[in-house]
Structure formats: structure tokens, C-alpha cells
Design a protein around this ligand. Structure first.
Ligand code: GLU
Length: 306
């Protein structure tokens, strides 16, 4: 490949909570294409700190990605093996005086959000536990109810240029850094790992666009590298909602049970991205040469799987 291209390592960071569906496979293919077309490495990371994660899905996901024809560099890593890194970052924020404990239940947050809360995003935490009296804190501590830990933000505005969606401006809220079960939360773990895995470009579904200002802001607080971002359109079911089981044969194995081969699925995904199919080009490895992110479809891909 041309050496004039700037190298950009990429990654794929699924949560092993189920079999990948066609939308996940298409996003993974895009992440692979962005990285490989920029001479970058492509790393795996399993974001397996959620309760619904199961080791068996790690194998099924790796297997499906390989069947589609993608490769990756290094052994996949698992967040459950890396808790110390995240807790170090959390302690750094605590030392900077940028955290507080929160005892709100989901219901309490929902109720508080029903009141108007200014310019903050829809799902922003309204700051209920930020200014608790010492008496109230003592009461909560004595109750034995476990708190989560939140960032004490100043509702900073973060403005960045996404490679797919363009300029995006978002407000940082007091989001969760550590869940009440003690596990570090997504917005913290993702930036620590992207930094440690030396990721230059994050490619993921645009359902995560609104979390990105939080992540960029945390990078600046912790002095971590800030990757570039490309948020790509999702794949939707016929009802224009996020692809789900009710939409029919949504996984690779569902499709193979209907008689399709992995190659047919790879071609279907490539066609949906306006890219040449394997027949036209002979091998998936040649596709990155043809790949120009500015030519990608900007709208979600609506699948009708029957
Ligand atoms: N684990 C997230 C997911 O499966 C992806 C996170 C990311 O790419 O930053 O949706």
C-alpha cells in the first residue's frame, strides 16, 4: 500500500452479550476498512464488564468476523483482565477532586429528569447528589446502599469534527465513572483502552455519537491521546428501528441456515456500502485500496430480511 498514507490503528470493541447481527458485522467491516486503508493495525477488545457478557459469545463473535473475511492483529484483549488500569484512571480523577458519590436509583434520576434541566442533553444526570449535606451523606453511607461515582463536570461544551457526521457539539454532564457494583463504566474504560492500545481512529455506530464529548473531555482530564472519530450509520430493521431478533434472520448463522454462504453476506455488506463485491475484486484484502470514507452512504441501511 502507498507509504504516503498516514497510519491509523483501529479497533473493534464489541460487548460479548450475544451473537453479532448483520449491523454489527457491517460496522466491524467499516472499522476494519478504515484501519486497513490507512495502513493501520486492527485490534480487538471485548468490552465484557456488563452483567450480560458471556465468554461463549467472544468465540462466536471472533468466528463470525473471520468467516466474513476480516483479520486482526494481536490477541484480543478483555476488559475484565484490565481492571487495574481503569481504577488507576479513576483514582487520578479522584485525586484531582473531580468525582463525587451518587446514591440515586434509576427511578429517582428519571423523576428528576422530568423537571426542566436547561441546556443539558436529554439523558444528562441532573446533579442531585453533587451537593448533598454531610448529614445526608452519612445517612446514605450508613444505609449500606452502594453508590456509583460520577464526574463533577462544569457542563463543558465539547466541539469535534467527526469523519462521517461532521461537526458535533455536545455538553458534558456528570456521567458515571464507576457503577454501584464497583465496575468501571464504559466512558472511562473506552478511553483508557483506546489510549493503551494506541488507537488513532475510533469507528463505531452513530448511536454512540452523543457519548463522544464525554470521552473527549475525560481524555483531556487524564492526559490521554484523543483519537479521531468516525460514527457510521446503523443498520435498521424494516420498521426503521434498530435491528433486533423480531426482524428475522439477523445473525450470520441465521442467514447460513437459510442457505447463504459467508461470502454472500460479505458481498451483501460490501454492496450496502457502495463497495465492489468479492467477485469483482477477488479478495477482501484489495477492498481497502478502493475505500474512500467520503463515498460511504450517509443514511442508515434498512434491511428487509423477511
Ligand atoms: N462496546 C460497545 C458496543 O458494543 C462499543 C463501544 C465503542 O466502540 O466505543 O456497542
Amino acid at each position: 500500500m502507498a507509504s504516503s498514507l498516514r497510519e491509523a490503528n483501529g479497533r473493534w470493541a464489541p460487548s460479548p452479550t450475544g451473537h453479532l447481527h448483520l449491523g454489527n458485522l457491517r460496522t466491524a467491516l467499516l472499522a476494519w476498512l478504515f484501519a486497513r486503508s490507512q495502513n493501520g493495525n486492527f485490534f480487538w477488545r471485548f468490552e465484557d464488564l456488563g452483567d450480560a457478557s458471556k465468554p461463549t459469545f467472544c468465540n462466536s463473535q471472533l468466528n463470525d468476523i473471520a468467516l466474513i473475511g476480516m483479520d486482526w492483529d494481536n490477541e484480543p484483549i478483555k476488559q475484565s483482565d484490565r481492571l487495574d488500569y481503569y481504577l488507576d484512571a479513576l483514582n487520578d480523577l479522584k485525586r484531582q477532586g473531580l468525582t463525587y458519590r451518587c446514591w440515586c436509583s434509576r427511578r429517582e434520576i428519571r423523576e428528576a429528569l422530568e423537571a426542566p434541566h436547561g441546556l443539558l442533553p436529554e439523558d444528562a444526570y441532573p446533579g442531585t447528589c453533587r451537593h448533598l449535606s454531610q448529614k445526608k451523606i452519612k445517612e446514605y453511607v450508613n444505609s449500606g446502599r452502594a453508590p456509583s461515582v460520577r464526574l463533577a463536570s462544569n457542563h463543558e461544551q465539547v466541539d469535534f469534527l467527526d469523519r462521517q457526521t461532521g461537526r458535533y457539539v455536545g455538553t458534558v454532564d456528570d456521567f458515571v465513572l464507576q457503577r454501584s457494583d464497583g465496575m468501571p463504566a464504559y466512558n472511562l474504560t473506552v478511553i483508557v483502552d483506546d489510549h493503551l492500545q494506541n488507537i488513532q481512529e475510533v469507528v463505531r455506530g452513530n448511536d454512540l455519537l452523543s457519548s463522544t464529548p464525554r470521552q473527549i473531555f475525560l481524555c483531556s482530564l487524564l492526559g490521554l491521546n484523543q483519537p479521531r472519530y468516525a460514527h457510521v450509520p446503523l443498520v435498521l430493521g424494516p420498521s426503521s428501528k434498530r435491528l433486533a431478533k423480531r426482524d428475522g434472520a439477523i445473525t450470520l448463522s441465521d442467514q447460513m441456515n437459510l442457505g447463504l454462504k459467508p461470502l454472500d453476506i460479505t458481498n451483501m455488506l460490501l454492496e450496502s456500502l457502495n463497495l465492489p463485491t468479492i467477485e469483482q475484486i477477488s479478495d477482501l484484502y484489495y477492498i481497502p485500496k478502493e475505500f474512500r470514507s467520503q463515498d460511504l452512504p450517509k443514511d442508515p441501511w434498512i434491511m428487509n430480511l423477511g
